[in-house]
Design a protein around this ligand. Structure first.
Ligand code: GDP
Length: 465
């Protein structure tokens, strides 16, 4: 009898177990790898973690423990948690290597249900948490689904101004050898595509620009070197009349560009939304606001544009492109300004206010039916400690940490603007955000952080009731 009732119990348990897919994204270097490493680490330490007071399941003693379990999606690379922890625990400590593709990890969270049928039927239940990491750059490709090749090319031509035009010179210098009507020359297209891809990399690395399309060109993952990533926008199309371009036959250079673009739309962009995006329940979008403040107005405005673009993927209005193609089910999005430990604590409210301004406008004008949104500032892995510096005879709040080459520094990095910076801000304010290396740690203590518990509460709190 006892055995039957225990089997029955197991069956009930299994049928009531819950499952949540949490997606983590952000543009390169926004802090995704550090965030996931810290999230997993905080959850693995729940039973002994005194640093999660804002996470109600831990504060109230309802989350009993967590462990890592094998992920179900066996074709998706595993998130490199152990490697990341090894880097953080090495001497001297270093930052985890960032991931460049989609990756995943799975945790089982054992908790005491607090309400509903779960509370009546079970003393403990399990929440399976899949954490999926993917580059925010991939979300910049959504509009491509609505644009044919020549329309996209014209849009790209309009972007070629200022920094972008300067960075595009090597690519544009090769355009004269390209005849759109001539028979397709695969080697020539490969060369021009390489020059175009180089230009996109330069936009990110030298120009501090984030808005690059197609996004997969700069983070190709397993598609590196594949023909689907070998095309370029035909930005000098206006040298030809429409009638001339219509003469291009199916074996021409132009036809090859169009075919590859179409293949990219179907097999790269659509496939990502279908196989990954439409399976997510919750989403956190990490934003590094500080680096673009360091970079200047062009870099800041570009980040703003990239964020606006990224948010299009959460616009689920009935007639939206996404709703027509897939059935997305994300019901909560959290925007997080990362690396809050780069600025002194009294600047944190400004950081949140700045992030709110960056996302609010797009949020209010779009139709985000049924999706809740919030903003927070956090540090996934706190690398600085509060300190003081003497300034004009007074003690001013400052940060203390080790620079990447090991020197101890105490500094006041600057003030974060409360509102979107204007002309006078750029003229009068200097920023000096130094990259610090992680603090030295003991292997059995949870990673130091700022407000990871607030993020956990928003993303998972209701799922552990
Ligand atoms: P990803 O490209 O989005 O995965 O970005 P990473 O997580 O690799 O972060 C990029 C870099 O930002 C790291 O190497 C660190 O230098 C820095 N970083 C990320 N999170 C934090 C944080 O919480 N505090 C500090 N001080 N630096 C951080």
């Amino acid at each position: 009898m006892n055995r039957i009732s225990s089997e029955l119990n197991k069956l009930v348990n299994r049928s009531l177990d819950r499952h949540v897919r949490l997606a983590v994204t952000g543009l390169s270097r926004a802090g995704k790898t550090a965030f996931i490493t810290s999230l997993v680490n905080q959850l693995l330490h729940v039973s002994t973690n005194p640093r999660l007071p804002l996470f109600s399941a831990v504060r109230d003693g309802n989350l009993l423990g967590s462990k890592r379990v094998p992920q179900l999606d066996m074709h998706v690379p595993k998130f490199a948690y152990d490697e990341g922890m090894n880097a953080l625990l090495s001497s001297p400590p270093s930052w985890p290597e960032p991931t460049r593709d989609v990756s995943q990890t799975r945790l089982a969270l054992r908790y005491k249900p607090q309400k509903g049928p779960m509370k009546l039927l079970q003393e403990t239940a399990t929440l399976y948490l899949d954490i999926v990491d993917y580059p925010g750059e991939w979300l910049l490709d959504l509009p491509l689904l609505n644009l044919d090749f020549l329309t996209w090319s014209r849009q790209q031509a309009q972007l070629l101004k200022g920094k972008r035009l300067t960075l595009a010179q090597d690519w544009l210098a090769q355009r004269d050898g390209f005849d759109p009507l001539a028979p397709a020359d695969e080697a020539l297209i490969e060369r021009l595509s390489a020059a175009f891809t180089d230009y996109l990399f330069k936009c990110k690395a030298e120009g501090g620009l984030h808005w690059v399309q197609p996004g997969r060109f700069v983070l190709p993952g397993e598609l590196a070197g594949a023909p689907v990533l070998q095309f370029f926008p035909f930005v000098w199309a206006d040298k030809y009349t429409d009638a001339q371009l219509q003469q291009a036959d199916e074996h021409s250079n132009l036809a090859m560009l169009k075919d590859r673009y179409k293949y990219y739309q179907q097999h790269v962009v659509k496939a990502f939304y279908r196989e990954h995006f439409s399976t997510f329940d919750r989403q956190i979008i990490l934003v590094d606001c500080l680096q673009p403040l360091n970079g200047g107005p062009e870099s800041f405005n570009d980040m703003r544009q990239a964020l606006d673009q990224l948010m299009q993927s959460f616009k689920y209005g009935r007639s939206s492109l996404l709703r027509r193609l897939f059935s997305p089910r994300i019901d909560k999005v959290l925007f997080a300004a990362t690396k809050a430990d780069h600025v002194t604590a009294e600047q944190h409210p400004n950081l949140v206010s700045l992030l709110q301004q960056l996302v609010n406008e797009a949020w209010h004008t779009a139709s985000f039916e049924g999706i809740k949104m919030d903003c927070v500032s956090l540090s996934s892995i706190q690398a600085t400690e509060p300190g003081f510096v003497a300034y004009k005879g007074e003690q001013m709040p400052a940060l203390r940490g080790h620079t990447l080459n090991g020197q101890v520094q105490t500094l006041f990095p600057g003030e974060v603007p409360r509102r979107l910076p204007n002309e006078s801000f750029w003229q009068n304010n200097g920023f000096d955000f130094v990259n610090f290396r992680p603090l030295a740690l003991q292997s059995d203590e949870p990673l130091p952080h700022i407000r990871m518990d607030k993020a956990l509460e928003y993303l998972l709190g209701d799922k552990l009731k």
